[in-house]
Design a protein around this ligand. Structure first.
Ligand SMILES: O=C(O)CCC(=O)C(=O)O
Ligand SMILES: [Fe+2]
Length: 237
């Protein structure tokens, strides 16, 4: 994988900048990552109404994070991110992600349209495991609008083992969300990457694609960090 891999992954028909790289990881790596996620200690899971998540790297409060090092199974992506220049343009201290949010969605679960917000450097890299999803993008910014029933401006089919990178305009000016459905009709929602999400000899099916449990690893950079022990009293002499 080289810088060229990400250049070729850019979707020219999407706003700047969306990159989709199929088969970013192997099936074996996928299985190892699933095992790591599922063997995390029970208290690591945060249960929300329509998904559960694990937070690695620290908790973000008021746009800053009390940082803890990411475990090796998550930093293992750093050489590939550097090769692809996913987080380019940052100073050397900040060029590797320091935060990873892991979401697990059962069929029928999703996430309401949202923006990731100002705490993060405006680049997000998502590795998907186990199942596909359709990530929908919306141009509206008024939170009072009915976010469940809006039609997306465009969508991306995110296949397992792929890498999706969102930057610039699409990060700053669009909301993204995953509909709470059990299957996805690929002929709807203006999906921009169908040709890339399926190999040429096995084109997209006409019938809806059933969802299975999906796990996503979302890597980001929180530029503002606070050392964990900063608020501790100095040791007594
Ligand atoms: O699961 C995904 O791919 C998206 C997750 C997401 O948008 C988020 O955690 O902010
Ligand atoms: Fe998000």
């Amino acid at each position: 994988m080289t810088r060229d891999t990400i250049t070729k992954g850019r979707l020219p028909n999407a706003p700047a900048s969306v990159y989709y790289i199929p088969d970013f990881i192997s099936s074996e790596e996928e299985q190892n990552l699933i095992n790591k996620v599922l063997s995390a200690p029970k208290p690591k899971w945060v249960h929300l109404k329509n998904r559960r998540l694990q937070n690695w790297g620290g908790v973000v409060v008021n746009n800053a994070m009390v940082a803890e090092p990411l475990p090796p199974w998550l930093t293992s992506f750093n050489p590939r991110f550097r090769e692809l220049e996913v987080f380019e343009g940052l100073d050397p201290i900040h060029k590797d992600p320091n935060h990873c949010l892991i979401n697990e969605y059962l069929p029928g679960q999703g996430i309401l349209p949202h923006k990731d917000g100002p705490a993060y450097h405006p680049t997000v890299a998502t590795v998907s495991l186990s199942s596909h999803c359709v990530l929908e993008f919306f141009k509206f910014s008024d939170l009072s609008e009915d976010r469940k029933n809006q039609e997306p401006e465009f969508s991306i089919l995110v296949q397992p083992r792929s890498l999706l990178v969102l930057k610039e305009d699409v990060y700053n000016h669009y909301m993204h969300g995953i509909r709470e459905v059990h299957s996805d009709n690929l002929t709807e929602g203006n999906i921009l990457n169908l040709d890339r999400a399926f190999p040429p000899n096995n084109p997209a099916p006409i019938s809806p694609l059933q969802r299975d449990t999906r796990i996503s690893l979302t890597f980001r950079i929180v530029p503002k960090t606070i050392r964990g022990n900063r608020f501790l009293a100095p040791p007594k002499k």
